[in-house]
Design a protein around this ligand. Sequence first.
Ligand SMILES: CC(C)(COP(=O)(O)OP(=O)(O)OC[C@H]1O[C@@H](n2cnc3c(N)ncnc32)[C@H](O)[C@@H]1OP(=O)(O)O)[C@@H](O)C(=O)NCCC(=O)NCCS
Length: 206
Amino acid sequence: MVTLEPLDPVAHRDAVVAFLTHNAFPFHSGGTPTASEVLDRLDGEGWTHAWWVRTDQGERVGIARLDDIGVDVVPDETPLFDLRLGEGHRGRGIGRLALRALTDQVFTQFPVRRFEGCTREDNLAMRRVLTACGWVKEAHHREAWPVTGAEPMDAVNYAVLRRDWESGTITPVRFDDLPTWRSGVTDLEDRDEPQDGSCTRRASPG
Ligand SMILES: CC(C)(COP(=O)(O)OP(=O)(O)OC[C@H]1O[C@@H](n2cnc3c(N)ncnc32)[C@H](O)[C@@H]1OP(=O)(O)O)[C@@H](O)C(=O)NCCC(=O)NCCS
């Protein structure tokens, strides 16, 4: 078991600096940050909703944090997580316990419908954890992840829906939703869709 302990970016400043500067993060842009970089980040956004990942023995083994979420959270917001375990605690199945605890935390504490994660294509441990926890791959962004001194890599996005979390189901992505279109004859004709191929309608407001 792991638990999430609220992380206070002011009171826990030194501990966060020590954790982030003493561990390597090869799949994060910038790798291991310097102390001043961590302090800059702690002064910025992204630490309003953050937790230590703690083992049953009370040891702080990682940090979980949310981006893209405000203070007064509304259902339309979709938080994005960052999860980092210390090097000595990786490869022991803690990641999936932490992600399950974080998902429970988010859907219990906030009214949001969706919860997202994004990682680099070659972060296989993170991707296996996401899949093991019932998250669904929704997007594959080609060359979207800048890599210092090298070619950019692909980024992959996963998400979990509140209703899937509540019911224990997995709703697949409808990637094949576009109706067949054959030389002027289309099964779009009976639908309320533009017939000229234009993209004037949106899937959702916004
Ligand atoms: C990503 C992370 C949270 C995963 O948690 P973890 O507890 O280390 O995960 P595990 O080691 O149990 O690995 C999960 C799975 O990936 C597999 N795996 C791990 N490293 C792998 C690799 N290099 N290649 C292939 N598979 C790998 C494990 O064998 C395990 O497989 P299983 O599902 O069959 O059990 C953790 O490694 C971490 O904090 N990494 C550094 C920070 C980071 O990259 N965070 C992601 C940012 S969102």
